[in-house]
Write a protein that binds this ligand. Structure first.
Ligand code: GLU
Length: 176
């Protein structure tokens, strides 16, 4: 079992998300990661690491994420090896939208081939990454939560997700 933590507020998100991940550690995981909307650029940045949360913590110590809104994840791999590339969060093509996901997308292969035909570029072997690209596809002239709703309608399987995006940097969308 893996886990998701999200934070929106006035405090520094990095420490709160890390503390949240540590509280989820007992559930088991193979990698962890987080995305925070940076105060400076108002864009999501990602840090992730395979192995224990301490590896992510060390990475964040060297290269911190400064912002007050973010999502974090501990992964238990179901699709794709437990490695750095497959760790969550996952970006869309433009790196301006980040997604964390617990669960399994059973129809991800057909969704992925369709999205590839439409020009989306995938980086991981996960089922999760289709969610980021689907949201990107629908996130044109609608709010983020509506793009998420439209994407979720196409998914078969189980999911809890957290999403953040540059276009609406004060928003964190969650769904299950
Ligand atoms: N199926 C997703 C993956 O393999 C999510 C696994 C999880 O729930 O942590 O990346």
């Amino acid at each position: 079992m893996c886990g998701i933590v999200g934070y929106v507020g006035e405090r520094s998100a990095q420490e709160i998300l890390l503390a949240g991940l540590k509280r989820l550690e007992y559930r088991g995981y193979d990698s962890s990661g987080m995305s925070i909307i940076l105060t400076r650029t108002r864009s999501p940045a990602i840090r992730k690491a395979s192995g224990k949360i301490i590896a992510l913590e060390r990475l964040l110590h060297k290269s911190p994420l400064s912002g007050t809104l973010g999502i974090a994840h501990t992964r238990w791999a179901t699709h794709g090896a437990p490695n750095h590339i497959n760790a969550h969060p996952h970006f869309n093509c433009k790196n301006d939208l980040a997604v964390v996901h617990n669960g399994i997308i059973e129809n991800y292969e057909s969704l992925k081939s369709q999205l590839i035909k439409e020009g989306h570029r995938f980086r991981s072997q996960t089922d999760t990454e289709v969610i980021a690209h689907l949201i990107e596809k629908f996130y044109k002239s609608v709010p983020l939560e509506e793009a998420v709703r439209r994407a979720l309608k196409l998914l078969v399987g189980s999911y809890a997700i957290g999403v953040v995006a540059k276009k609406e940097p004060e928003k964190l969308v969650g769904a299950r």
